[in-house]
Design a protein around this ligand. Structure first.
Ligand code: NDP
Ligand code: 8X3
Length: 252
């Protein structure tokens, strides 16, 4: 049976680039996300190369996630790689100015959504055993604090610790777990974070050299296709031109 990769958030950015990268290597694709028309467009693009199954899926919907995992057609049931990529940041303003709803959306998507999908696919990964991988997309924001990161960074810190803890429990099963923590990469991420401010997005990524979605897809592919006895626990990656912010001082 062909190996498949189950990708959350395949409609844009890292997830879409990953679909293309894994297709190049002959993986069958399970592409999920909320925007059906984008899933269909990607299916049309890639189904000449590999088998593609699309599922319109909101990772926050626990029942729908379970159904998606349990009702995979035979051709796609051999999920060797789970790419837990769906996620978002909202509300770049200071914590004290943020709507509680935006915090909830980030927690529901980046934390609860990620555990929903992981829980639903764990039995399949464990059954297939050695060489299978869970690749979780964390962020530099999970490790390094900065203004306006509040709940977003905290959700990505969860992703890091959850990845390590999963590793512990999965010891002996052959299933690998990696947290990839990217820094600044140009995708629709900032457009989503600013609720559609294209100028803010262009400004953030302008006059410098951010990473591309393809850069991250290459890392996802790399960690998931290493020899079966190897596990990269944490992979932090930034553009050369990005470093940490300095300490901020409040002055009179
Ligand atoms: P994009 O906004 O381009 O893509 C985000 C993807 O997540 C979309 O496909 C979107 O699909 C999906 N998504 C969002 N919410 C849900 C949901 N409730 N259910 C299902 N899918 C959802 O951003 P990126 O590609 O940059 O982001 C991918 C991941 O990388 C995120 O987890 C992000 O936090 C992380 N990241 C991004 C960095 C960056 O600088 N770009 C750096 C570090 C980490 P749809 O809307 O169709 O549902
Ligand atoms: C996104 C990284 O630095 O844009 O996860 O917050 S950053």
């Amino acid at each position: 049976m062909n190996k498949s990769v189950f990708i959350t958030g395949a409609t844009s950015g890292f997830g879409r680039a990953a679909a293309r990268r894994f297709a190049e290597a002959g993986f069958s694709l399970v592409l999920t996300g909320r925007r059906r028309e984008r899933l269909e467009a990607l299916k049309s693009e890639l189904s000449g190369k590999v088998a593609v199954h699309v599922i319109e899926l909101d990772v926050r919907d626990e029942a729908a996630v379970k159904r998606a995992a349990n009702e995979l057609p035979d051709e796609f049931a051999s999920v060797h790689v789970l790419l837990n990529n769906a996620g978002l940041a909202l509300a770049p303003e200071p914590a004290q100015d943020v709507a509680l709803e935006d915090w909830h959306t980030m927690i529901d998507t980046n934390v609860k959504g990620l555990v929903n999908v992981t829980h639903a696919l764990l039995p399949t990964l464990i059954k297939l055993g050695a060489g299978t991988s869970i690749v979780n997309i964390g962020s530099t924001a999970g490790k390094w604090p900065y203004k306006g990161s509040h709940v977003y960074g905290a959700t990505k810190a969860f992703v890091e610790q959850f990845s390590y803890n999963l590793r512990c429990d999965l010891q002996g099963t052959g299933v690998r777990v990696t947290d990839i923590a990217p820094g600044m990469a140009e995708t629709e991420f900032t457009l989503v974070r600013t609720k559609g401010d294209q100028a803010a997005s262009d400004q953030l990524y302008g006059n410098t050299t951010p990473m591309s979605a393809e850069d991250i897809a290459e890392q996802m592919f790399y960690v998931a296709t290493l020899p079966a006895h190897l596990n990269i626990n944490f992979l932090e990656i930034q553009p050369v031109r990005q470093v940490w912010a300095g300490m901020a001082v409040d002055r009179d």
